[in-house]
Ligand binder design. Structure first.
Ligand code: PHE
Ligand code: ZN
Length: 881
């Protein structure tokens, strides 16, 4: 490791590149040991570059074979090779070319960054800094070049050769058993969007005609034998292409669009121009192997990567501090897509829940950073929930403030101004401001101030004046490196509900408030609503209109009232969550000081829950969501301090059992009436029915009776699709019993040769809240089908345990912390990126009760004393704080 890699990089130090690379011609010869890359670069100095400024190229894990300038071999005294760099000391004044030949070793590439082998397939991953592991280059996103790529490989083992752009030619190399293919990408792109693939892959093909009549050939490439699991991804791709034309007027711009699924991949997927490379988990689906949740995430990630073609590729990021420019915007776009084609109003519940579960804890802990970070040590550590999910919320808030039409115009203006360029967050927000005529200077603080704003609301009713005064206070809490904050510009959607459940019109100074949208810009603001005949119940932060925490002074009866009457589907769901969270958090032992009990009378529970979950006019998907009680982590987050995960588990189980008993009749009626027969279909309505039925089954099982276990086992045996099977298996895995053993053994026997499905088997066991789950997970590490080298296996077993089994990971004796630290350290030795992600599980350690806190700190300190990668070093030291 060189010292530079551990240094902090700052946004304020940004300087344009000294040299631009305009065109790249790569000649790649694939062989397991020592792939050979010959690169021809057309280089010119940037306009302000002083003559004689050295040209510094990035390179990592490369062997330099030769280097020539303008066609002549470069003498040894004209360049230097140091760790991470190749420096040309005195380059010519005008444009020039470099010919560079390097070797790299795909087989030894365990980091899965650069050129590597996944199950015998050559593939690449270049974002953010992987291209420098393929060849020497100015590896930063503001250097945009056109690429021509020739790939040569063994014909038998690598019949498929793909790269970015359009195919130019291909053919056999006579008498050698080898062949080649040439690809050309006419769109200038940064190096992180480069990709190539070579392997023995099966494929399915289709085509799409764009709105303006361009015929696009679509292909999905997978390991042979898996072609029967590609149809859903293909349909999803075509839906996404159409949606982007209709919603944003954005068309595809090449003759081909290819997707390749590989089984070893650090992340979810990658938007390389014209050649997306996917973790196969996010491509492959068949009714018996993939659950509805898998179908949904495949559809949304296929869309996400496709949408990057405009937001990310046509307009890219100037530097990695601007990562949210492409990721936040693209997540926002995929959320809108999934809402439109699949989830409807339930989408907002899902996105808000994800944000609260993943981003709120990040923002409240030692790793908190702004949506646009001002500094980093390792950029790989900044593919975070803050950049992605909160970044998406910022785009959504802009849309809310400007309206959908002005937002779309803003997007259009952004492309008009910056197509083919590398842009900044300022460029984006300026386009929005100019297209709408709005001043967004205060809004910019969302990009620079970290921390989740806290909004306190109180409502006073004046019976004489017939006014309701809503007082709103906002505080942005301090975060590491940011002690004091300025007030934010917050779109706050509200409603007032009359005693009979009617929506009251909102009038401020004689004017109706459209959509109930208030704009909060000051630390304290009062909104006085007129003509309110009687004391109303406020519904605050409707549609989760901003990524903030809200506190209100609502009484439990008012929350129950909202559970029934709020016309805003998001807040009606939120009311039920708040109601349950309050009950659980106030139970003895959870650390709350509130005296309320977790054992309310059954009649009260029945009254509170039956309306939202039993009303048949509500969409089944929505009803399913109301049957899911807040998770243990949700409760821990609400408590925010002195967290005892065992006490939370117990209190939550108690409430679940009570709700289950109180609702028994309703639940079994739902369960019986939602049974479907006939062939599986992944369409939203069928998926909704399965979701409702499975949510009912899950809640029914909370009683833990033999009857409940039998029902779950029957559900498992009768399952004709993965959604039902995995729900039953997950329920059973929590209950030590013959039924559990039978189901786990059956599942294993059926799927032992199917790694992706077997990951579900590892994951359900890792997630099961059992006193011995550390031991279970430890044992599964040595299961013959497990491998630390494969990121999906690691996430299924170790990741599920650390992120989705709070009582197991936070076991009172610290065994969970030590387990994670040990495994992360091992993985860090060959794949730092995956290791650093796992260590994110420690992000909330400071909210734990003192004993657990001490044990977590000890595990982290122990790690800090080891030899760590830059990635792990940054996470461990910052987490310790
Ligand atoms: N850019 C990818 C996305 O769409 C994520 C990714 C980042 C993949 C880094 C691989 C490496 O979100
Ligand atoms: Zn993305």
């Amino acid at each position: 490791m060189n010292d530079e890699s551990r240094s902090t990089k700052f946004l304020k130090d940004y300087a344009p590149p000294d040299y631009l690379i305009k065109d790249v011609s790569l000649d790649v010869t694939l062989a397991p040991k020592g792939a050979r890359i010959a690169s021809l670069l057309s280089i010119e100095p940037n306009s302000s570059t002083v003559a004689g400024t050295p040209l510094v190229l990035d390179g990592d894990a490369l062997r330099l074979e030769s280097i020539a300038l303008n066609g002549d071999d470069l003498e040894a005294n004209r360049y230097t090779v140091t760790p991470g760099k190749l420096t040309i000391t005195n380059p010519p004044v005008g444009p020039f070319t470099l010919d560079i030949v390097t070797l790299c070793d795909p087989e030894a590439n365990t980091e899965l960054s650069g050129l590597y082998l996944s199950n015998g397939t050559y593939c690449t991953q270049c974002e953010p800094e992987g291209f420098r592991r393929i060849t020497y280059f100015v590896d930063r996103p503001d250097v945009l070049a056109t690429y021509t790529v020739r790939i040569e490989a063994d014909r038998e083992t690598a019949p498929v050769l793909l790269s970015n752009g359009n195919p130019v030619e291909s053919g056999a190399i006579e008498g050698t058993g080898r062949h080649y293919a040439v690809w050309h990408d006419p769109h200038p792109k940064p190096s992180y969007l480069f990709a190539l693939v070579g392997g023995n892959l099966a494929s399915i093909h289709d085509s799409f005609t764009t709105a303006s009549g361009r015929e696009v050939a679509l292909g999905i490439y997978v390991e042979p034998g898996k072609e029967d699991r590609c149809d859903w991804a293909m349909e999803s791709l075509k839906r996404a292409m159409r949606w982007d034309e209709e919603r944003f007027g954005l068309e595809y711009d090449l003759d081909v669009f290819n997707i390749v699924a590989v089984s070893d991949f650090n992340m979810g997927a990658m938007e390389n121009k014209g050649l997306n490379i996917f973790n196969d988990k996010l491509v492959l689906a068949r009714p018996d192997t993939a659950s509805d949740a898998d179908y949904t995430s495949i559809e949304s990630v296929i869309a996400h990567e496709y949408f990057h073609n405009w937001t990310g590729n046509r307009v890219t990021c100037r530097d990695w501090f601007q990562l949210c420019l492409k990721e936040g915007l693209t997540v926002f776009r995929d959320q809108e897509f999934t809402g439109d084609v699949r989830m409807g109003p339930v989408m907002r519940i899902l996105t808000a829940r994800l944000l609260k579960a993943r981003q709120f804890p990040e923002d409240a802990g030692p790793l908190s950073h702004p949506v646009r970070p001002a500094s980093y040590i390792e950029i790989n550590n900044f593919y975070t929930a803050t950049v992605y999910e909160k970044g998406a919320e910022l785009c959504r808030m802009l849309q809310t403030l400007l309206g959908q039409d002005a937002f779309r115009n803003g997007i259009a203006l952004y492309f008009e101004r910056h197509d083919g360029e590398a842009a900044t967050v300022e460029n984006f927000v300026n386009a929005m401001a100019d297209a709408s005529g709005r001043d967004l200077s205060q809004f910019m603080r969302w990009y620079t101030q970290a921390g989740t704003p806290e909004i306190a609301c109180s409502l006073d009713y004046d019976p004489h004046a017939k006014t309701a005064r809503l007082r709103v206070n906002q505080v942005v809490p301090p975060t590491p490196g940011q002690g004091s904050k300025e007030p934010m510009h917050i779109p706050l959607k509200v409603g007032l509900i009359g005693a009979n459940g009617d929506e009251l019109p909102l009038k401020l100074k004689g004017e109706l408030v459209p959509d109930g949208l208030l704009e909060v810009t000051e630390r304290e603001q009062v909104f006085e609503f007129e003509d309110i005949p009687a004391p109303p119940t406020p519904s605050i932060l409707r549609d989760f209109s901003a990524p903030v925490r809200v506190t209100t002074s609502l009484k439990p009866e008012q929350i129950e009232f909202l559970m029934i009457h709020d016309s805003d589907p998001f807040n009606r769901w939120q009311a039920a969550q708040t109601y349950a969270t309050d009950l659980i958090a106030s139970a003895r032992g959870t650390g709350s000081t509130s005296a309320r009990s977790a054992r309310p009378r059954p009649a009260a529970l029945r009254k509170a829950w039956s309306r939202p979950c039993a009303t048949e006019t509500l969409a089944p998907t929505y009803r399913a969501e109301t049957l899911k009680l807040p998770s243990e982590s949700d409760i821990a987050r609400e408590l925010g301090r002195n967290v005892d995960t065992d006490a939370i588990l117990t209190a939550r189980d108690t409430l679940r059992t009570n709700v289950s008993a109180a609702m028994a009749d309703t639940l079994s009626e739902i369960y019986d009436t939602t049974a479907t027969d006939g062939a599986f279909s992944p369409d939203p309505d069928s998926a909704g029915l399965r979701a409702l039925r499975n949510a009912a089954l899950d809640l029914m099982s909370a009683t833990g009776t033999d009857e409940a276990t039998d029902r779950a086992l029957r559900h498992y045996r009768d399952a004709t699709n993965m959604t039902d099977a995995i729900t039953a298996l997950s329920i059973l895995s929590q209950i030590p019993s013959a039924a559990r053993d039978e189901a786990l053994a059956d599942f294993y026997a059926r799927w032992q040769d199917d790694p992706l499905v077997l990951d579900k088997w590892f994951a359900v066991q890792a997630r099961a809240a059992r006193p011995d789950s550390v031991e279970t997970v430890h044992e599964l590490l040595s299961h013959p089908k497990f491998s630390l080298k494969n990121p999906n296996r690691v996430r299924a077993l170790i990741g599920s345990f650390a992120m989705a089994n709070p009582s197991g990971f936070n076991r009172a004796d610290g065994a969970g912390y030590r387990f994670l630290a040990d495994q992360a350290l091992k993985i860090d030795g060959f794949n730092p990126h995956v290791a650093a992600r796992l260590l994110g599980a420690f992000e909330s350690w400071k909210t734990l009760e003192p004993r657990r806190q001490a044990l977590a700190r000890a595990a982290l300190q122990d790690l800090a004393r080891q030899e760590l990668s830059t990635d792990a070093y940054e996470i461990v030291t910052k987490t310790l704080g």
